[in-house]
Design a protein around this ligand. Structure first.
Ligand code: 13P
Length: 255
């Protein structure tokens, strides 16, 4: 299984800025290590330029989509438009979309299933707020988000086209990476939910960790059980730090 190293540029970078960062990345990481797949989730407006500028071995994705082929959905972008612009991946259910734009589990599930059927690969994002962790615990939140987010997903798309990113909301942009035990517990739970839903295919699907991943903690996070990649926000904006994360040695694995 290739590790999936993903950059989420959020609402940063114009097309020109994206091209310039990708050029730096091409110099620092001419091709990703063979055991790793690298994908950069850019703003919609940068996607076509970024796709033309991206070096070999680098895939591009969008950060959101609307689950319809086309229609009167002012301001929205379809999976087909993403593909036409050169994107092969899309994020679904990032916590910023859930909290700022009130996206429900059900809507995230519709996007995930639709984007897969439309030929995109999808990273479904899940994760609890600090309040949820302190009140009801982790399990009910992850169970609810996974049930809703995977409802209607055709098992044929697993394991390669669907990955799940565990991003505890309290670790995003806070500089406070989740601890070893916290990551092991959440990823173990997500693995068992994937297996319950998809059987053997769920065992092979990748589970990424996201939340304050930096060059100095990426290797140890990637070495944990059921961590098959990382989804990086702030530290992905500069080619120096993202290339260091993409090639971080994983202790004790020979990777
Ligand atoms: P940070 O790496 O900035 O904490 O962001 C994580 C994230 O939200 C990636 O999707």
């Amino acid at each position: 299984m290739q590790l999936l190293i993903a950059a989420n540029w959020k609402m940063y970078k114009t097309g020109e800025e994206a091209v310039s960062t990708l050029a730096d990345l091409g110099r620092l990481l001419p091709s990703p290590p063979g055991d790793r797949q690298v994908v950069v989730f850019v703003p919609f407006t940068a996607l076509a330029q970024a796709a033309r500028a991206a070096g070999p071995g680098l895939a591009l994705g969008a950060q959101n989509c609307y689950p319809a082929e086309e229609g009167a959905f002012t301001g929205e972008i379809s999976p087909a438009m993403i593909r036409a612009a050169g994107g092969t991946w899309v994020l679904a259910g990032h916590s910023e979309r859930r909290s700022l734009f009130r996206e429900s589990d059900d809507f995230v599930g519709r996007k995930t299933a639709f984007a897969l059927r439309a030929g995109l690969q999808v990273i479904l994002c899940v994760g609890e707020t600090l309040e949820e962790r302190d009140s009801g615990g982790l399990r009910p939140v992850l169970e609810r988000q996974m049930r809703g987010g995977l409802d209607g997903v055709d098992p044929a798309f697993l394991p390669s086209s669907l990955a799940v990113a565990y991003e505890p909301v309290w670790a995003i942009g806070s500089g406070r990476v989740a601890g070893r035990e916290e990551i092991l517990e959440a990823h173990g739970l997500i693995r068992s939910l994937l297996e319950n839903r998809f059987g053997a295919a769920g065992r092979g699907a990748r589970i990424l960790y996201g939340g304050s991943v930096k060059p100095d903690n990426a290797g140890s996070v990637l070495g944990l059980d059921n961590v098959n990649g990382v989804l990086v926000g702030g530290a992905s904006l500069r080619a120096e730090s993202f290339s260091a994360i993409a090639r971080a040695p994983v202790p004790g694995t020979g990777r």
